[in-house]
Design a protein around this ligand. Structure first.
Ligand SMILES: NC(=O)c1ccc[n+]([C@@H]2O[C@H](COP(=O)([O-])OP(=O)(O)OC[C@H]3O[C@@H](n4cnc5c(N)ncnc54)[C@H](O)[C@@H]3O)[C@@H](O)[C@H]2O)c1
Length: 353
């Protein structure tokens, strides 16, 4: 067998719900995934907080602990880097990894704070043959896989529409929109019409969020997507696939999957051993990206796929700014939400119109 891949981590964090944790400490989940592959060696880790980097290195038996990721990239000859920092840091870190000629980058979602950053990362890695993935790990969980399989078997006839609901279109919505593209075989979007309301100061992982959002879009194959987010958003399920001859629903709690398809007079529960939050999805995502480095195939979490969900998020913000439909590709670079908040056009400090 060939030598193990040398893995590095940027943003070790502290495990979720431990004292001093600033988030979920996603790096711990990524490393658990690498360890299970049997193909990887944790070579070096980095966090701007020295105590976190050193504690993480000690916990996982790794020699290199850094506080500067540029130094780590210069010295460690890494094959794979996991980026587990907050979204506004993803682009400079992905760029530095690509310039250091790593083979693969596995970055946490959402892709970025602005659409320009997402486009640049995606293009840079494509141009340099760097495998870039974003951790939309739910694609690997059983309820979603079974829903897609049922759709593929024709149980609800031709797909017409996909619906979803969640807390916000950016941090949570990136998962659901990514699932929409998964269900619809990665068909690109054609147009987006949306509206957002931002009346409080909400943020997550350093990025401001809207309080409510509605996003209606068309895929290039005619299927429609509808995502409703935030205050009083409720569809009665988490995801709904509507076909010409039935429906499939993914729930927020067990039973996770049910279907009312051709010939069914009632909803039918489809048993699953996994729910929609299980961490095994992260292990499988890592296993897949490592296997794809060996085979040269495209990983399921490739930025080629993630870019579609990201475009729909920023096009929804842009549609709200333009007060109209946005035909894709989206040509702006910023986040219209962030720009409008900065200019006090929306948000708690907005001038009354
Ligand atoms: N895929 C999922 O289901 C899922 C779940 C939770 C969070 N996330 C995402 O994971 C990302 C990270 O979230 P988290 O909760 O793990 O964060 P966290 O706060 O637990 O960890 C981030 C770490 O990055 C470090 N950091 C900041 N700047 C740095 C720099 N310049 N160099 C090195 N390290 C630096 C911080 O000190 C911190 O320890 C976010 O984008 C979040 O949206 C994804």
């Amino acid at each position: 067998m060939s030598a193990p891949y040398r893995v590095g981590v940027i943003g070790t964090g502290k495990p979720w719900r431990t004292e001093g944790a600033t988030g979920f400490g996603m790096a711990h989940s990524h490393v658990a995934g690498y360890q299970k592959t049997g193909r990887c060696e944790l070579a070096a880790v980095c966090d701007i907080k020295r105590d976190l980097a050193e504690a993480f290195a000690e916990q996982y038996g790794c020699a290199g602990a850094y506080t500067d990721y540029h130094a780590m990239l210069a010295e460690e000859n890494l094959d794979i880097v996991s980026i587990c920092t907050w979204p506004h840091l993803h682009e400079p870190m992905v760029t530095a990894c690509a310039q250091a000629k790593v083979k693969a980058i596995h970055c946490e979602k959402p892709m970025s704070a602005t659409w320009g950053e997402a486009k640049r990362m995606h293009a840079l890695c494509a141009a340099n043959g760097v495998q870039l993935t974003f951790n939309h790990q739910r694609r690997f969980l059983e309820p979603f896989q079974k829903a897609k399989a049922l759709l593929g078997e024709g149980v609800i006839g031709a797909l017409k529409r996909i619906e979803g609901t969640c807390d916000n279109i950016y941090d949570w919505g990136t998962h659901w929109l990514d699932m929409f593209f998964f269900y619809n075989d990665e068909t690109p979007p054609e147009w987006v019409i949306g509206q957002i309301d931002s009346r409080t100061e909400r943020s997550v992982f350093g990025v401001r969020l809207e309080d409510q959002a509605i996003c209606h879009f068309k895929f290039q194959n005619g299927v429609r997507g509808l995502l409703i987010c935030g205050y009083e958003a409720d569809l009665g399920c988490a995801n709904r696939l509507i076909g010409e001859e039935g429906m499939i629903e993914i729930g927020w709690q067990a039973p996770w999957l049910r279907v009312r398809g051709k010939g069914d007079t009632e909803w039918r529960v489809v048993e699953t051993a996994e729910g929609i939050h299980d961490s095994v999805g992260i292990d499988r995502a890592v296993a897949d990206l490592v296997a794809c480095l060996d085979s040269g195939e495209r990983p399921l979490l490739s930025s080629d796929n993630a870019i579609h969900a990201t475009e729909v998020i920023f096009a929804t913000y842009e549609s709200s700014r333009r007060r109209g439909r946005v035909d894709l590709p989206l040509t702006t670079e910023d986040s219209a939400l962030l720009s409008m908040l900065e200019a006090n056009l929306i948000g708690p400090n907005a001038a009354a119109s």
